[in-house]
Write a protein that binds this ligand. Sequence first.
Ligand SMILES: Cc1cc2nc3c(=O)[nH]c(=O)nc-3n(C[C@H](O)[C@H](O)[C@H](O)COP(=O)(O)OP(=O)(O)OC[C@H]3O[C@@H](n4cnc5c(N)ncnc54)[C@H](O)[C@@H]3O)c2cc1C
Length: 462
Amino acid sequence: MKEKEIQENMNKSIEATQRNFNTIRTGRANASLLDRVSVEYYGAETPIKSLATISTVDSQTISIQPFDISCLQAIEKSISMSDLGITPNNDGKVIRINVPPLTALNLSKKGYSVLIIEKEKSQDYKPCAGGMASSMQRFLPLNIEDCIESKIKNVEFRWKAADNVTADLTGESPFWIVKREKLDQLLLDESLSNGAQIMRPLLIEKIIKKNDKWEITCNNKIKYITEFLVIADGSQSKWASYFNLGPRKPKFANTISLRLKGLGEIPRDAVRFEFGFIKYGFAWAFPLRESLNIGLGTFINNGLLENQAINKQVIRSFGFDDFPHKTISKKLRIWNGFHSINGDKVLAVGDAASLCDPFLAEGIRPSLISSFYAAEYIDQCLSGKVDDLNLYTKKINNIWGKSMAWGRRIAQVFYRFPRTGYQLGVKRKTAPKRIAQILSGEMSYEDIAKRVIRRLLTRSES
Ligand SMILES: Cc1cc2nc3c(=O)[nH]c(=O)nc-3n(C[C@H](O)[C@H](O)[C@H](O)COP(=O)(O)OP(=O)(O)OC[C@H]3O[C@@H](n4cnc5c(N)ncnc54)[C@H](O)[C@@H]3O)c2cc1C
């Protein structure tokens, strides 16, 4: 080969390599990402850059403005069908692409590559009152101070807007109210900055095992391959039952959630539990900085929350005039017995694993704990320290399930005989402190049950 020919061939391979590198996502939006995408335009495959102005809006957004608006949909389709794994947003004039921060150098703190698949485009409001034990900070590798809107000093209990009992939370039992949307965004941002990727909005259509790996097909028709699967799709989880994770027949609490402007009559540093109005359940009011998160829940006998007159009474008891139209009803999956929450290279966390407290609807804590141990045990499997995930189920059953078994028993009795339950369970001298200790994570239902049994035994012996 002559020297000129060699030089030409080399130039061609450098160009080809350059083209491929341009389409590897590096964490910053780069217009050349679309170099390899072509669009069918009047019957001919045409490079996208000949059909549109492609510009970088900011470090994570690319905009595509077609010269001929009639080919907007064809461009959108070509991007969706390409192997880039990105979802375009078409507003009728311009297509925008959000490129998740994906730096290969920064894949994740533990060095693994993580892909989050989320069905919602964004979440402005999450039906969760945000009450969480401050002790959960130790499960989080970052400071969440910015998401905490109130630090609680008192827990108030009432029976039909009267018969008040107040538990003092100053001391070793801090309880925080976080804005859930903010907390979730913070955790997501931190994951992304450690190299995780997110695809949203995206729906999973099929999951199969192929060559000992999971092949996930989504509604963008792209197949994602992964070694381990974490099922975290919440209370309406479709995938937990598909993989036989958790109870075969999950139990649900019926809930209504709303957020009202102002704090009504709830002090900024107190939460209130209102019993007596709601059959088989209760209502709760947790203050944010400038608004109040209110929840209504029924926990046994599949009770419903359809009585508007009662719902209004609850709202009034918190200091508001009327029951607003904008509420969210949600069936919340609650703990329902000891079950396996892992399979071979797959596990479930949070509500998908049915871990939510069946007495008080506490679900943030078990979600954080299960997510923490899910990562721990996947890490141990990948690094060869253990060879299956069964230890994950054992751990969660041990540190959370044992307490929830008592929580479920207490709920069954308390909500069936609520007046007696309130007198014996809340109005007892030490009871408010104990409930506060449960909320703060200092004590479990199991600890309390053992104390009661011990007390009964010593009484019957004397
Ligand atoms: C009214 C109410 C008040 C509550 N208040 C409190 C409280 O004060 N304190 C507390 O500790 N707990 C509270 N809880 C419980 C708590 O909100 C839940 O237990 C907790 O949110 C569970 O977290 P999760 O991540 O498992 O599920 P979720 O927070 O529900 O998250 C599931 C995620 O999966 C996504 N998803 C769902 N399906 C799919 C799919 N097919 N593909 C892709 N993505 C999918 C969803 O969009 C969502 O982002 C409350 C619950 C309710 C209903």
